[in-house]
Design a protein around this ligand. Structure first.
Ligand code: IMP
Length: 425
């Protein structure tokens, strides 16, 4: 069984936990998009693992991990993750495969990210400043790109970096009056990165197809959420990759036809970090309560997340574009304590009702949500171990969402631990 796990909202849905659980029965776990802007948390017993680039399956010692060509790799962060896991007795030797075609995030990308955001002022996107947009821009622009394969030949990389840094310095000085970056420093960092990462760099497309031919089960792990997809999300308030399920094939070279199941992960409510439209946002006491109960602060940046009611119209849309088969609903426990819960079941735009999500940021900003109001529950769900034990009000809430999005919820999360995920049989 090959399976793909994707976020169906604005990221941070709890994909790491779902991937970690499914990885138990997978031979290979593949990250295929995004970079160190992601933050996937896996909690095992008392131990907490926060991973940014490494696939969440890495904490399972027998699972092979692939970083596909669609990922933008920050080598410093990746090396920290490899060494950090090693210190906890989780070695990646012989089981980590990094695509030679994956692009490399260097310091000048992070500087550019920061300069651009500063220049945008109040119109900023609210990026993670991890250099994601600038690195993907260099990938598309082609002339100034560095790929993992370049670490195989540091002499030619040295020449390449001189040309790139020279160009970047001219742009940074002209547009942002910035101090120049030293190409030699970047090169010195790259020599260390190359030394440490070279053993893992390979043709991952070949590795994946050989694994599939050998009957191995592959788990594809999305980063961010479909509403942040560069083509289908709430542009320009998106990330710079195809964060929806559609990004899987280009991000690793495996066609969707070879994936048996797409599992979409949602929270039982909605959150978003950074700027951009968010129709069901509750910028009030309700949102504040969800934030505190759900500890809704970014794994990567620590920023408070904006919180709101579950938007079934947005999720119906991301299910449709991604061909998603079933849903894993996380953070159900966080909603305990509300007398009433709301689910957005339609939008009103300029007086007209619609149930199709308009991804255009301007149109979306003028949307008014039409809600279905449901009774809430007060029971603590964190100790619930089977679906039958859930309160009837909780089951009704899930059923109301299934009724709108038209696919089943097959797993629910009632706490951060591996053991706090329940499958609906
Ligand atoms: P970037 O990916 O750093 O360029 O940021 C672009 C937008 O995507 C910003 O609104 C970020 O807050 C958001 N974003 C990027 N990565 C994540 C993530 O892993 N979770 C949630 N939001 C994210």
């Amino acid at each position: 069984m090959n399976c793909c796990v994707v976020g169906l909202q604005w990221g941070d849905e709890g994909k790491g936990k779902v991937v970690d659980i499914l990885a138990e029965n997978s031979d290979v776990v593949v990250r295929y998009s995004g970079g160190a802007n992601a933050g996937h948390t896996v909690v095992i017993g008392e131990e907490k693992f926060a991973l940014h680039i490494m696939p969440s399956g890495a904490v399972r010692k027998k699972t092979c991990c692939v970083i596909g060509n669609g990922v933008v790799v920050d080598p410093g962060i990746l090396i920290d993750e490899i060494e950090g896991l090693d210190k906890r007795n989780i070695s990646l030797d012989d089981r980590l495969f990094i695509s030679e075609n994956a692009h490399v995030v260097l310091d000048y990308h992070k500087a550019e990210d920061q300069h651009r955001e500063n220049a945008l002022g109040k119109n900023k996107i609210g990026t993670t400043i991890r250099g994601i947009g600038p690195c993907y821009a260099d990938k598309i622009g082609r002339s100034f790109a560095v790929r993992m394969a370049d670490f195989r030949n540091v002499d030619s990389l040295k020449e390449k970096l001189k040309k790139i840094v020279d160009y970047k310095n001219k742009v940074f000085a002209a547009l942002y009056k910035a101090e120049p970056i030293d190409a030699n420093n970047i090169f010195k960092q790259c020599v260390v990165f190359a030394e440490k990462l070279k053993p893992y760099i390979t043709n991952t497309t070949k590795y994946l197809h050989e694994s599939i031919d050998a009957g191995k089960s592959i788990l594809f792990e999305g980063a961010q959420g479909a509403l942040l997809d560069i083509d289908h999300g709430t542009f320009p308030f998106v990330t710079s990759s195809n964060a929806s399920a559609l990004g899987m094939s280009p991000g690793c070279g495996v066609p969707a036809r070879l994936v048996d199941k797409f599992i979409g992960v949602v929270k039982a409510y909605s959150t978003r970090v950074g700027a951009g439209p968010f129709p069901s946002e509750q910028d009030n006491e309700i949102g504040q309560t969800i934030r505190e109960k759900g500890n809704e602060y970014g794994t990567t940046t620590g920023r408070p997340r904006r919180c709101g009611w579950f938007d079934a119209i947005a999720v119906k849309y991301t299910v449709a574009i991604g061909g998603v088969n079933e849903i894993a609903m996380m953070h159900l426990d966080t909603l305990a304590g509300f007398d009433e819960l709301k689910i957005c079941k339609a939008y009103r735009i300029n007086g007209t009702e619609t149930t199709f999500f308009p991804s255009d940021a301007v149109e979306l900003s003028s949307v008014e949500c039409i809600y279905e109001t449901m009774p809430g529950w007060h029971e603590d769900l964190s100790g619930v171990t089977s679906y039958d034990q859930l309160p009837q009000t909780t089951k009704n809430y899930i059923a109301a969402i299934e009724n709108i999005v038209k696919i089943p919820v097959t797993m629910v999360g009632v706490g951060p631990k591996r053991s706090q995920a329940i499958c609906k049989s």
